[in-house]
Design a protein around this ligand. Structure first.
Ligand code: NAP
Length: 537
């Protein structure tokens, strides 16, 4: 396809996206003898790690965990240099994977899939792109990412700004130097919290426009020693197995069967401090009721607020930085010097919930009756998570049903893999699967392998079509809601429930039951001849 763009091409599978999910899908499905055509908007592989090139971009999952497990050779040969890998290194890793498994030959780059239409007469999907490609395929795999559709903040006057505007999720490839410039940042989620300390090192003046303060834990990033790396590699089979069957898939492991309220305050604080001193998010896994019991959660929330008060010298600034929602009901941010950045004389924090942005002008931001003059404005305002990228394509299933219409009240999917009315169309880490509350690579590999196994099962039996049954999908969606209702998550306005996108239906997007239990459920369904999936020839 890359070189021949005329006429309709027939393939077994179209894969949309060439990030972690798409690359593995191409490799896995091809190894089963299927012909694959992949499309990717970027001019290279990498997905989220291609686009999010902002200074400080770094994974919040440790590098020895955040890598593919499907190839022991790959595991052995790739050398991660730091505890938390920086974006350029993860991108190089994915480029290496693409080379090593010869994946590029089936990827059409700089090509956006615009329409994906099911044809009732032939039972095939007709996939069209913005470059005029047309592919007929029996199967489609949406590997479009959970955090890839950037949200466009509706801030009055944004279009009037004549300085330089950057968005963290579409950062330019060239080096951006803000030395001596006046820089503003809107957004204090994981992206903002990573980029702010980096920009503060260069900018003459950095102004942070914060709507909601977030909880962040120090990464305590450091170089990875050869011995440490080898020790992981030697234990990979055992470690990966533990991660796959745990709750989040993270190396933190599952919380012990102890309530935060069972232990006295001094012991609890010492325990939190012990994990805090190790860096990373494992402090959130210290007790088993932190995300289900508000009183238990308050203990950790307050512990972190205390660390913020300890770090930020000006008590008024510290007060503005204190998050007020239950910790871990939004993804905990992992930072390097975030709170300490507010001690720098060139950094100002403006609480825009208290003093809303009036408008953006040609030369800055009008707020609280004054103008903050800016040369550069950085938007770190997040994503239309989980469903955004899928819904931006014109996807139509049986009888011309538009996915956007079907999901008007929120997405309904069976296991986050398929949605009724859209046969043979799969989603990697879709709504109703652990996705963004899990370690993504574990969830991606599980989905790709599940789809590959299902297609092999169908091929063995001469079956050509698979579709989620409506009842199975309804029951799963109810289960996703029920599990969420047993936690503190639904009470927080987060991207997990679509609250960050105006008008998005409030539905719990990820499955909170854990990657281990989820995998077990998927495996039981497969063992029961894929009950809940209608299979036909
Ligand atoms: P995010 O967590 O949704 O944060 C967006 C920020 O922008 C929030 O502070 C939000 O405020 C603010 N915002 C949005 N619209 C605004 C508006 N109109 N006016 C003012 N402020 C506005 O997005 P993100 O930081 O890109 O992170 C998203 C997810 O990506 C994370 O949860 C994580 O899973 C992933 N991520 C991971 C890493 C990593 O691995 N280290 C790095 C970056 C991202 P409100 O909270 O008030 O809405």
């Amino acid at each position: 396809m890359t070189n021949e763009r005329a006429g309709v091409v027939n393939k077994d599978v179209v894969v949309v996206g060439a990030g972690f999910g798409g690359l593995y899908a191409i490799h896995k499905l091809r190894s089963q003898g299927l012909s694959v055509q992949a499309f990717e908007t970027g001019d290279d592989v990498g997905g989220t790690w291609y686009w999010n090139r902002y200074p400080g971009a770094r994974c919040d999952v440790e590098s020895m965990e955040y890598s593919y497990s499907f190839s022991p050779e790959l595991e052995r040969e790739w050398v991660w240099s730091e505890r938390y890998a920086p974006q350029p290194e993860i991108l190089r890793y994915l480029q290496h994977v693409a080379e090593r498994f010869d994946l590029r030959r089936d990827i059409a780059f700089e090509t956006r899939v615009t329409a994906v239409h099911y044809e009732d007469a032939t039972g095939l999907w007709r996939v069209r792109t913005d470059r005029g490609d047309e592919v007929l395929a029996r199967f489609c795999v949406m590997a479009t990412g959970c955090l890839s559709a950037g949200s466009a903040p509706n801030i009055p006057g944004l279009a009037d700004f004549t300085g330089t505007l950057y968005q963290t999720h579409q950062w330019p490839k060239e080096q951006v130097d803000v030395t001596g410039l006046r820089v503003g940042v809107v957004g204090t989620g994981s992206s903002g919290i990573q980029v702010i300390p980096m920009l503060a090192q260069q900018a003459a003046q950095l102004t942070v426009f914060q709507r909601t303060p977030n909880f962040s834990v120090p990464a305590l990033n450091r170089p990875l020693g050869a011995d440490e790396r080898q020790s992981f590699i030697d234990r990979y089979p055992e470690l990966r197995n533990t991660w796959r069957h745990g709750l989040t898939g993270l190396g933190c492991g599952d919380p012990p069967p102890v309530s935060a309220l069972e232990v006295d305050a001094a012991e609890r604080t010492a325990n939190f401090q012990k994990f805090w001193n190790k860096g990373g998010p494992c402090v959130g896994f210290t007790y088993n009721d932190l995300i289900v019991n508000k009183a238990a959660n308050d203990t950790l929330s307050e512990f972190i607020r205390e660390r913020i008060r300890d770090t930020v010298k000006d008590p008024a600034v510290a007060e503005k930085l204190l998050p007020r929602f239950p910790v871990a009901t939004k993804r905990m941010c992992v930072d390097t010097n975030y709170y300490a950045t507010y001690n720098k004389p060139n950094v100002e924090l403006i609480d825009i919930k208290q003093t809303p942005i009036e408008r953006i002008t040609a030369t800055g931001v009008q707020v609280g009756g004054r103008e903050v003059p800016l040369d550069v404005l950085v938007l770190a305002t997040g994503f239309d998570a989980v469903t955004g990228a899928v819904l931006r394509m014109d996807i139509r299933g049986r009888n011309g049903l538009r996915l956007a219409d079907k999901w008007q009240e929120g997405p309904k999917m069976y296991l986050g893999l398929m949605t009724h009315g859209f046969p043979n169309l799969f989603t990697i880490t879709g709504a109703g699967s652990p996705s963004i509350v899990s370690s993504m690579i574990i969830s991606i590999e599980q989905h790709v392998e599940y789809i590959a196994d299902l297609l092999a099962y169908m091929a063995r039996r001469g079956l050509t079509h698979v579709e989620a049954e409506q009842q199975a999908e309804e029951q799963w969606a109810q289960h996703v809601t029920d599990v969420a209702d047993g936690t503190l998550y639904p009470g927080t306005a987060s991207l997990y429930v679509g609250a960050n996108i105006p008008g998005k239906p409030r539905v719990m997007l990820p499955y909170l039951g854990g990657v281990g239990p989820y995998r077990q459920k998927c495996d039981e369904i497969a063992a029961a001849d894929y009950v809940g999936f209608a299979l036909s020839a």
